[in-house]
Design a protein. Structure first.
Length: 257
């Protein structure tokens, strides 16, 4: 796995599983599929997915590398929370996530959060394709993370966000991007540890529980980089990259990691 020193754009490209579409489609509507739950974008727009963690055995988190060629998209409610990181190029988008309307300019590194069960509609105003990273977490997993953090709530919900700047979440997404590129067997242990970190960050910053603790604080970027570096150096030792071990390495408890 390649060591991550800092966020740099553009990221290296993965090999493509399919040729990109030659002609940009101006509009596309999903067809409802009632035979199985919709876990992520690949269930609605499989033609846009360049790479996926589907066959890598990752637990608690799903990851897609996507190239969008459409001007408009209508995405039905998905069963998982979704975090999207904008890659290249920068684009302007008008979107509706449930009852929330957005008109934003997305720069590389910007983050979008779509809660589970939220329908989203999109219109991109630039006449070009663009690439994104998609991370998906089950609501039950995020709820358990919140409870482990001594936060109790009958129903923990995330709040829709577009064009958020969050260095920690960006580093998490990019670290998983490199792991997807490497397709290392040990990566499933790494991904499991990172999934818990991601869930806690979402709860603490972008959920209805965000005000029970200071918005600032938590893991400083230098501690996150130190944790990622430690995991990178110990990829061949499965026990060494367990979450408890990595948390001790950076001087934090498991659930405050």
């Amino acid at each position: 796995m390649q060591r991550i020193e800092a966020m740099t754009w553009p990221l290296p490209r993965l090999s493509k599983k399919r040729d990109s579409m030659k002609t940009r489609v101006e509009s596309h509507r999903y067809r409802e599929n009632r035979t199985r739950p919709l876990r992520d974008l690949s269930a609605v727009y499989p033609e846009l997915v360049l790479e996926s963690s589907e066959d890598l055995g990752w637990q608690d988190i799903r990851f897609l590398y996507v190239r969008n060629e459409y001007a408009d998209m209508d995405v039905p409610p998905l069963e998982n929370h979704c975090l999207i990181v904008q890659l290249e190029p920068a684009v302007r988008v008008r979107a509706k996530i449930d009852e929330h309307d957005f008109d934003k300019f997305l720069s590389p590194g910007d983050i979008t959060i779509i809660p589970a069960g939220a329908r989203s509609q999109w219109r991109w105003l630039e006449n070009s394709s663009h690439e994104t990273l998609h991370l998906y977490l089950q609501p039950s997993f995020v709820q358990q993370a919140a409870e482990s953090y001594n936060l109790s709530h009958e129903k923990m919900g995330l709040e829709p966000q577009i064009a958020v700047r969050d260095e920690q979440l960006s580093h998490i997404a990019v670290s998983l991007f490199y792991e997807l590129k490497a397709q290392n067997v040990v990566g499933r242990f790494y991904a499991g540890s990172i999934a818990l970190v991601l869930a806690l960050q979402l709860v603490r910053r972008y959920s209805c529980l965000k005000d029970v603790a200071p918005r600032k604080g938590g893991m400083a970027p230098h501690k996150l980089r130190r944790a990622l570096e430690y995991i990178s150096k110990n990829l061949e030792q499965q026990q060494a990259i367990a979450l408890d071990v990595v948390a001790r390495e950076v001087g934090m408890s498991r659930y405050h990691f």
